[in-house]
Design a protein around this ligand. Structure first.
Ligand code: ADP
Ligand code: ADP
Length: 228
């Protein structure tokens, strides 16, 4: 069973027939529980593909299915973690993580319990009442990951989630994401230009070439994952 299917997706910016072809006939599928990375150099169409899957970019050819359902612009079943800061600075870590649950109408006690569980999972227990501004960039990004996981999306979509962090924090966060994936078996699609990160984290790597949007190779990585 596939949680995410991208079938023959193409996207032109500008004019529909003569505009720049940013993504050309891309197909890829992500099985339930699988962790797939999409890598490729700058300009190959990764962010465009991400936007299409996340429901942020419309007017494309082809089809995106989430949980077998044709995906029509909404990204209800897709949890997105962006590269840039997305935590609300004036809300505590707990209130940030609980926000999507609050919007869903979950009662306070229930959403706070769930939020604490995901805060623990990302290693931020003890920082529930902290404001993101008082935390490091890595900790803010972990807050964003906890918030996205807490509403249990079918597919977790991450676009260069560690891109703004220093190398050491990247490595630590990579280990953390791997441990969380091992525990939750959350279906994940990671977009990155960092091959080390892709190989470290993924079950499978999809390589997009520099020819806009064309996937040259789909590499199936069969490496044992480091477990701690
Ligand atoms: P990547 O994320 O791999 O760097 P992008 O999806 O950002 O690739 O870009 C793919 C191509 O589409 C590039 O040639 C880029 O310049 C172009 N592009 C991206 N966004 C837009 C836009 N909003 N309008 C026009 N062209 C765009
Ligand atoms: P990361 O946030 O990925 O652990 P950072 O470099 O962003 O890495 O963290 C900066 C510092 O914040 C760490 O060196 C550590 O002292 C402190 N810190 C981060 N996470 C925690 C935590 N869960 N508990 C206590 N201190 C922490």
């Amino acid at each position: 069973a596939y949680d995410l299917e991208v079938a023959n997706v193409s996207k032109r910016y500008g004019d529909r027939s003569s505009g720049l072809l940013a993504v050309s006939d891309v197909s890829l599928s992500v099985r339930k529980g699988e962790f797939v990375s999409v890598i490729g150099p700058s300009g190959c169409g990764k962010s465009t593909l991400f936007g299409i899957i996340g429901g942020l970019i419309g007017d494309y050819d082809g089809e995106v299915r989430v949980g077998g359902q044709s995906h029509v612009g909404t990204h209800r079943d897709i949890g997105i973690v962006f590269q840039e800061e997305s935590t609300l600075p004036w809300r505590s870590v707990l209130a940030n993580v609980a926000l999507p649950l609050e919007i869903q109408g979950m009662p306070r006690a229930e959403r706070e319990e769930l939020a604490r569980h995901y805060i623990d999972l990302v290693g931020l227990t003890g920082f529930e009442t902290s404001k993101p501004a008082a935390l490091s960039g890595g900790m803010r990004q972990r807050t964003a990951i906890a918030r996205t996981l807490a509403f249990k999306p079918r597919v977790l979509l991450m676009d260069e989630p560690f891109g703004a962090l220093d190398e050491q924090t990247r490595l630590l966060l990579g280990d953390r994401v791997l441990a969380i994936h091992t525990e939750l078996q959350q279906t994940t699609l990671l977009i990155t230009h960092n091959i080390t990160e892709a190989v470290q984290l993924s079950d499978r790597v999809v390589v997009m070439s520099y020819r806009p949007g064309r996937i040259l190779k789909v590499i199936d990585i069969d490496l044992p994952r480091p477990r701690s």
